[in-house]
Design a protein around this ligand. Structure first.
Ligand SMILES: [Zn+2]
Ligand SMILES: [Zn+2]
Length: 431
């Protein structure tokens, strides 16, 4: 049977919601608008105190509206809006806040997530591949959360010494629900938006119902990113230092037997400064538009790109983004690269301080006002100017979305696309 997923939607001292049809709670039928308040670590509702409240829908089409959901947390477009959800509503207390959690069937959740993530022009095979990936990722995440809770140990995403700070950003920090609704996990906005691609997404979901990627009898943690840059990165170079047999280096091309050794600096430089053939080596706006929702047609080159900073700009940027005062930055030195040429460690040499940082996302955060496209880059200094030349977009692990879109256009079926990127995995139907 289809499993359920619990999604943490919002955190606040008071939560307002509207039950749009009949729900039951504590044996009573409830409906209409409600507001609950945090009071002495409990939930105050209609004069009584509760540790948690559970509102169960009384029919399949029941929905509730959550007021003032914050979306785009930490981004320039952060704002509040009311959102509509199907399924059950659970209110719990966490970190001195009331958390609103939505509980729905996995396939309904996937329909919502994929229709907001994917463009209306995405090909059916690309959508099917995405459905399998999102489902695998979600179910693997639920399994992993259970394991971490059972092992009862604090999951660490950080190592720090006097001259090195290595961080990675993963998703194992939700204790009382499976995933959150923001980009941290997968963006989920309930059923508020009737998107143009809803019919095709529903079809992709039903044609792949219950299908996941499996490897060694476990559901694959199916990572994906926008553009690998021609060679795929390995899991342990971006996150926890545990290799995954299906998230390994590979050449993103049909005849891709020869994989350059991009861990070597000279090979990485040569690779990044040229445009080798690859599925994702495309500037076709129609194909890019399949992957990038609301794609602005200006940037077309994600395969190879360039950013320049003056020394002053770079120094100010790094200070602002890292909070560390390096003084004037003199050099950026590659210390360790992964299989796709992405930097795992970068040494920043300043007039006041020298420090090595990693992994890839930390490097991208510090070297850009938002995020640098990827950490597969080289640095050339010409007088006062730092020229950052790069390859790909995102962490580059697992499926390459632009590459997969090209494969879909070339007539590859979704299972061929998936098995190209997840080495040695198989597709199995769980329910
Ligand atoms: Zn999350
Ligand atoms: Zn690629």
């Amino acid at each position: 049977m289809e499993p359920k997923v619990s999604i943490g939607i919002l955190w606040n001292k008071a939560v307002s919601f509207v039950l749009n049809s009949d729900y039951s709670c504590l044996g009573k039928v409830v409906t209409e608008e409600k507001t609950v308040f945090l009071s002495n670590g409990q939930i105050l509702w209609e004069g009584n105190m509760y540790d948690e409240l559970y509102f169960e829908p009384q029919n399949d089409n029941a929905s509730f509206t959550l007021k003032d959901v914050v979306i785009g947390i930490g981004f320039h477009w952060e704002r509040k809006e009311d959102q509509v959800f199907q399924g059950a509503l659970k209110l719990i207390v966490e970190n001195d806040m009331i958390t609103a959690v939505n509980i729905i069937g996995v396939e309904d959740y996937l329909t919502s997530v994929i229709s907001s993530e994917m463009s209306a022009t995405a090909s059916p095979e690309l959508l099917k591949a995405h459905a399998v990936i999102s489902r695998s990722w979600l179910l693997a995440q639920i399994e992993k959360n259970k394991e971490i809770a059972a092992a009862n140990e604090k999951y660490s995403t950080f190592t720090e010494t006097e001259d090195e700070i290595i961080r990675w950003y993963d998703r194992e920090d939700h204790l009382y629900f499976d995933v959150c609704a923001d980009d941290h996990c997968q963006r989920y906005q309930g059923i508020t938006r009737a998107s143009a691609n809803l019919v095709t997404v529903k079809q992709a979901i039903s044609e792949t119902w219950g299908q996941v990627l499996m490897s060694d009898n476990k559901i694959c943690d199916a990572r994906f990113s926008k553009c690998c840059g021609g060679v795929v990165e390995e899991f342990q170079n971006c996150w926890e230092d545990i290799p995954h047999s299906y998230l390994v280096k590979l050449r993103d091309s049909e005849h891709g037997k020869d994989i350059p050794d991009l861990i070597q600096e000279t090979e990485a430089v040569n690779w990044i400064h040229t445009r080798p053939e690859a599925f994702c080596n495309t500037q076709d706006k129609k194909i890019l538009g399949q992957v990038l929702n609301n794609y602005d047609q200006e940037t077309v080159d994600f395969y190879r790109w360039q950013v320049t900073y003056s020394q002053e700009e770079l120094s100010a940027l790094v200070l602002k983004r890292s909070g560390i005062d390096f003084g004037l930055i003199e050099k950026l030195i590659p210390v360790q690269r992964g299989t796709s040429g992405r930097l795992v460690k970068l040494k920043i040499v300043g007039t006041k301080k020298t420090l090595t940082i990693g992994k890839e996302l930390e490097i991208r955060r510090i070297l850009s006002t938002s995020h640098l496209y990827s950490s597969a880059f080289t640095i050339d200094r010409k007088n006062d100017t730092f020229i950052v030349s790069g390859a790909g977009w995102g962490h580059g692990v697992g499926l390459c979305q632009i590459g997969a879109a090209v494969m879909g256009e070339q007539g590859y079926l979704y299972d061929r696309i998936l098995l190209h990127y997840y080495v040695g995995a198989s597709i199995e139907t769980l329910y």
